[in-house]
Design a protein around this ligand. Structure first.
Ligand code: BGC
Length: 714
């Protein structure tokens, strides 16, 4: 049966009397003090009334180290080490909703141990272009997978008396010009692709807060966007929590507040100069904004503070941080996230009995990613690198010869170009050092097998800039090709958070593995997959294109725009585009191999004809026909009836990860509410399930459909 994640009750009316009494005792200055940052990561409290500061912390990789109150420099404490959890792409690649809950719950514990109220996470923007600088932080290109990972994450987090701050609301799908760009996206696409996970965060997970994004949407900044913040979020979805701005994303005083923002956060400048500080006090005194309006926002903030027991903190979760248990949580996520892309000659899992030496090649074998780049990281005492993971896990007596192979180098004074546009992203130096190349080749020649750890890192994939191309940086392709020439027993492991051009590597190497910025235990988890202690079960959460121009935003020449960016591909984001336009990807959405094989049979639904509000029960039998136990992700795609309305060729509408023992079978049930089949009718402003015949397809990637059945909707 489906695991459901029960959100905590979020009816704050029980606090009304207390809140009204507090508000009646507050001065206008005290109220306004709660509406803006009074340090980098807190807002003002009112000590005399027992209202504490609201304490926030980044972010998606775990609880960020303590940052100074008035600038970005770390305080340098010795008690703010945390667990580094796998980045968003890794979590999504597990396709395991229980692990999403575990992640949220584990990091929620760490937040409480650090005395925090609000985690600036999860980051759930849709991956529109493979070049997006924050692709590694986000989950997926698919709205269904996005919400199914987001909801349990938020519930797990908030179970610890901590607020999630779901970011970045919304249509913040690129870093280029993120502070100014005006996103134009049609209404149906907005509803079907970009909003579902936020809606589920609010209506299913009861998220206590959301972060307004930097960019504009249809002409208005997202932190002062009446349509998004008042109409959709509050009026339609019934959101009762608070909206916090991204750091320095506010551009007005009265407008931002009236249009739905509650808290302004920002980057260093005197905190009284914030739009919602002195300027708001003046506006209130001049009668440009009513006290009632200000009270409304203060009340919301007090509600969430009561909700997480930050006021009257009796019985609040105390938490724990950087414990062995939390490292194990990080390990569990990492071990299910690794994607086996290719294993033609069964080089994997590594047969340690047959080898005496391994050449380990590549800067990524030792590169750490907990900190680095622009944007939030985690200060941790444990980050097991791939090389350390191998050393920990390989049986004694196997010699490891490490060669760095390539250097991570940047040309600081150059600008990168994408067509006519100049991007801010890092320009890499892609020339190999001859001596290092020779060292790597010799290591590979003289070993029974080689593993190249390549890909990118968090300096190259980073917030605030997008990449200019899919090319592997630092000359890695040449290095990999040369290593493959001298040792055909070479496994290539790409560690990255976003798609790269690995066409030639796919062609030439027989063993190809994908891993992520994968947390404190990433290296151990990866080694366990390579050695077969863990059978890989990760699946790509996005499409790996053969070339950039095949991706929808690029095929339609609508990335990254300039002052405006128009999402011309409409609803055909990610695999929806590739499947509808019949373009073969390099690796499809949902793809990932195992060390065993699974057979699917006997796909059935409990009925043939359904009403639009029915629950469709889909069952399929899955048999493990290989020698080892493994986990498979059963994926349910739906093709819509042919009508006048544009539809994608197929859409993910259900999935379940199951463990099947070698030789055994499992009956898998996926419950599909018929209302999931709806499209958004713009004229009627509502979701419509069209009558007709729908094809239900079961497979283990979007391009590997094993069985199909048809059902009718009345
Ligand atoms: C990022 C947010 C982050 C905030 C605070 C901004 O630059 O966009 O995701 O939470 O900084 O560090």
């Amino acid at each position: 049966m489906e695991t459901t994640y029960q959100a905590k009750d979020f009816d704050t009316s029980k606090f009304d009397a207390k809140i009204d009494s507090l508000i009646s005792q507050m001065t206008i200055e005290e109220k306004i003090g709660m509406l803006h940052g009074n340090s980098m990561f807190t807002t003002g409290g009112v000590e005399r009334l027992g209202i504490p500061e609201l304490k926030m912390a980044d972010g998606p990789l775990g609880v960020r180290e303590e940052i100074s109150r008035d600038n970005w420099a770390p305080v340098g404490l010795d008690n703010d080490f945390a667990t580094y959890y796998p980045a968003g792409g890794g979590l999504a690649a597990t396709w395991n909703t229980d692990l999403a809950y575990l992640f949220g719950n584990s990091v929620g514990q760490e937040m409480r141990a650090r005395g925090k109220d609000m985690l600036l996470s999860p980051a759930i923007n849709i991956i529109r272009s493979p070049l997006g600088g924050r692709t590694y932080e986000y989950f997926t290109e698919d709205p269904f997978l996005n919400k199914k990972i987001s909801v349990p994450f938020i519930v797990g987090l908030q179970d610890n008396d901590v607020m999630a701050c779901v970011k970045h609301f919304a249509v913040n799908n690129q870093e280029t010009n993120r502070g100014t760009v005006d996103v134009q996206v049609d209404e149906r696409t907005l509803r079907e692709i970009y909003l579902p996970a936020y809606k589920a965060a609010v209506t299913e997970a009861n998220a206590y807060s959301l972060m307004g994004a930097y960019n504009k949407f249809r002409g208005d900044y997202l932190c002062e966007n009446d349509y998004m913040l008042n109409k959709i979020l509050r009026d339609e979805w019934g959101f009762k929590g608070i909206v916090v701005s991204d750091w320095a994303a506010v551009h007005s005083t009265v407008k931002t507040l009236e249009n739905g923002l509650d808290i302004e956060m920002g980057t260093p400048k005197p905190f009284n100069e914030f739009f919602l500080a002195d300027a708001l006090i003046a506006a209130a005194k001049e009668g440009k904004i009513s006290e009632e309006e200000i009270n409304k926002h203060v009340k919301r903030i007090l509600s969430v503070l009561f909700q997480v027991k930050a006021i009257n903190g009796e019985g609040r979760v105390e938490g724990s941080i950087a414990t062995e248990e939390h490292y194990r949580d990080a390990y569990k996520i990492a071990s299910e996230s690794v994607v086996l892309l290719k294993n033609d000659k069964n080089l994997l899992p590594i047969k340690t009995g047959n080898i005496k030496s391994i050449a380990v090649i590549g800067n990524n074998a030792t590169k750490k990613n907990a900190l680095g780049g622009f944007g939030a990281g985690v200060k941790t005492k444990r980050e097991v690198t791939p090389l350390e993971g191998l050393k920990n896990r390989l049986p004694e007596g196997i010699q490891i010869n490490y060669a760095e192979g390539y250097l991570e180098r940047y040309a600081n004074n150059e600008k990168i170009k994408l067509g006519d546009i100049t991007l801010d992203g890092p320009v890499t130096i892609d020339k190999l050092e001859p001596a290092m190349l020779e060292e790597a080749i010799n290591a590979a020649k003289n070993a029974d097998m080689a593993i190249v750890f390549a890909g990118s890192n968090r300096d190259y994939e980073t917030e605030a800039s997008d990449r200019a191309s899919l090319k592997l940086p630092f000359g890695q392709e040449e290095l990999i090709n040369k290593v493959l020439e001298v040792n055909p027993n070479t496994i290539v492991v790409i560690i990255a958070g976003a798609p790269f051009d690995i066409n030639s590597i796919k062609e030439k190497s027989s063993a190809l593995v994908w891993s992520w910025f994968n947390g404190s235990e990433g290296g151990n988890a990866l080694a366990d997959v390579l050695l077969g202690t863990v059978n890989p079960s990760g699946k790509l959460p996005w499409t790996m294109p053969k070339k950039l121009e095949d991706s929808p935003a690029h095929a339609t020449n609508s990335f990254p725009g300039d002052k405006t960016v128009t999402y011309s591909e409409g609803i055909l984001v990610g695999y929806r585009w590739f499947d509808t336009k019949n373009i073969a990807p390099l690796y499809p959405f949902g793809y990932g191999l195992s060390y065993t094989d699974f057979e699917f049979s006997n796909l059935k639904t409990d009925k043939v004809t359904y009403n639009a509000d029915d629950l469709i029960k889909v069952t399929v039998n899955i048999k493990n026909v290989g020698d080892v136990t493994g986990k498979e992700v059963v994926q349910l795609y739906v093709s819509n009836p042919k009508t006048k309305i544009e539809k994608a060729a197929q859409e993910l509408k259900g999935f379940k990860k199951v463990m099947v023992k070698s030789g055994a079978s499992e009956n898998v049930t996926i419950l599909l509410p018929a209302k999931e089949l709806a499209y958004y009718d713009v004229a009627k402003k509502s979701w419509i399930v069209e009558a007709g015949t729908y094809k239900l397809k079961i497979g283990n990637s979007s391009r590997n459909i094993k069985e199909e059945v048809s059902i009718n909707i009345k």
